[in-house]
Design a binder for this molecule. Structure first.
Ligand SMILES: O=C(O)C1=C[C@@H](OP(=O)(O)O)[C@@H](O)[C@H](O)C1
Ligand SMILES: C=C(OP(=O)(O)O)C(=O)O
Length: 431
């Protein structure tokens, strides 16, 4: 258990009700911050994520020569117009794997030396996965035993044909961002189709790329133009409140302007199969991203789920909360093919299993997932977030249906993606 961290006590509730508009999607905010920083002109990004991670991306873009202004409700980014400045110091990515991996691809075609650092968690995460393709393109990358600190020695790059060996949108994005500025046509095939925000964002900023069943192709030497955009609400943040709504038959939740990109929305199908009653209203498309209003009602019959194969990759950030509510389902939840969870901000398999046990649940740990039987009653417990935002939030949701209070240690981690989480949880769970 960490010491000197913030503790939030979460009490049980009987229903979950209300209407909210969530802060902007973390994945899209990162991409808009980076591409706006490279583009020519000033981009206005409304509803930009309030999370610490996308703000790490903004800070790095400033160090690379972009000008960033917080205009209250929107972030404006004046890009460098094609050529990054040599940063005066290290590019500090904080806790954000997305920043480190995607930005490495964006800077690799630029002459200069870029040293990336991160916090204790990020320093343990694998970076070899982006070094492979970027070195194939001609960059030189020094890692420290496969991790950060990482130094990218940039310069002119050659296009490659690359098949991603692991399902990772961050690796795909690093290659596309480098390919955009390389010589020739970069062709990328994915083993599993991952979130496609980079493809939409590149097009929004004026780049041309082709996408079909074979993969993505992007020609080098393209320039980007600034955009005005509103970032859709974050579906991975919404996942916590949708799972809370699922737990109580009387729940009524309305989420406005929510991102509904089909490459992210597998969660909604799974929650419906578990019993959530869901309606999608006012669906529209902006810069290639679907946005809608979601109305959700809870269920009296909470069914379980079997999650494996490509579905595990599509749900990767939502698996901790699905596992945390699994004991309350009738038949339980089984998760397989989710080994990637072990190399996120924490070992999310080990930490979910440990915290479920702290609340009195029975659970079997697998190398690539877990088996959580249904029909269990949990008591309140002491939760260790492991400084991982998704663990802190997932167990706050499990706590809503426990028989007594739960203490979430390291609750401040929620601010990595969703600083408003605890105030909103209290507002929506108020009786
Ligand atoms: O591309 C993105 O924005 C992300 C991709 C996923 O990571 P991987 O690419 O490592 O699977 C996800 O877990 C992360 O939260 C955000
Ligand atoms: C894994 C995550 O993010 P990142 O890889 O950007 O640190 C996450 O937000 O759950």
């Amino acid at each position: 258990m960490q010491e000197n961290t913030h503790i939030e006590v979460v009490s049980p509730v009987r229903s979950f009700r209300g209407s909210v508009r969530l802060p902007g999607d973390k994945s899209i905010s990162h991409r808009y911050a980076m591409l706006a920083g490279l583009a020519k002109g000033t981009s206005k990004l409304a509803n930009f994520s309030t999370g610490a991670d996308p703000h790490s991306s903004l800070k790095c873009m400033e160090q690379l020569g972009a000008t960033v202004r917080d205009e209250g409700g929107a972030v404006s980014v004046t890009g460098v117009g094609g050529t990054f400045a040599q940063p005066a110091g290290d590019l500090d990515c904080g806790n954000s794997g997305s920043t480190m991996r995607m930005l490495a691809g964006l800077v690799a075609p630029h002459a200069g030396t870029f040293r990336f650092v991160g916090d204790a968690s990020l320093t343990k995460r694998p970076m070899e996965r982006i070094r492979g393709p970027l070195q194939q393109m001609g960059a030189r990358i020094d890692l420290t035993e496969g991790h950060a600190p990482m130094t990218v020695h940039g310069g002119p790059l050659q296009a490659i044909r690359f098949e991603t060996p692991i399902a990772s949108a961050q690796v795909k994005t690093a290659v596309l961002f480098a390919g955009l500025q390389a010589n020739g046509l970069t062709e990328l095939k994915e083993s599993v189709r991952t979130r496609d925000h980079s493809e939409h964002a590149l097009r929004a900023f004026g780049a041309e790329l082709e996408r079909d069943a074979e993969g993505v192709r992007i020609a080098g030497g393209q320039t980007l133009q600034a955009i005005e955009a509103t970032v859709p609400g974050d579906l991975s943040s919404a996942a916590f409140f949708l799972c809370a709504a699922l737990l109580f038959p009387e729940s009524q939740l309305v989420l406005d302007d929510l991102g509904m990109n089909p490459s992210r929305s597998a969660l909604l199908d799974v929650l419906v199969s578990m019993g959530l009653r869901l309606q999608v209203l006012n669906l529209e498309e902006k810069h290639g991203e679907l946005i809608g209003t979601v109305q959700a009602n809870g269920s009296a019959d909470l069914k379980g789920a079997e999650i494996s194969g490509s579905l595990s990759a599509q749900l990767i950030d939502e698996l901790p909360v699905l596992a945390a509510v699994a004991p309350y389902t009738r038949t339980g939840v089984t998760i397989r093919d989710a080994k990637e969870l072990r190399v996120k901000e924490s070992d999310r398999i080990a930490l979910v299993v440990r915290n479920l046990r702290n609340m009195g649940a029975e659970v079997e740990e697998l190398e690539d997932g877990m088996i959580v039987p249904g029909g269990q009653t949990l008591h309140g417990g002491v939760i260790d977030s492991g400084d991982d935002h998704r663990i802190a939030m997932a167990f706050s949701i499990a706590a809503l249906r426990a028989s007594s209070d739960t203490a979430i240690h390291g609750a401040e981690a929620a601010a990595i993606s969703f600083p408003e989480f605890f105030p909103l949880l209290r507002q929506l769970g108020a009786q």
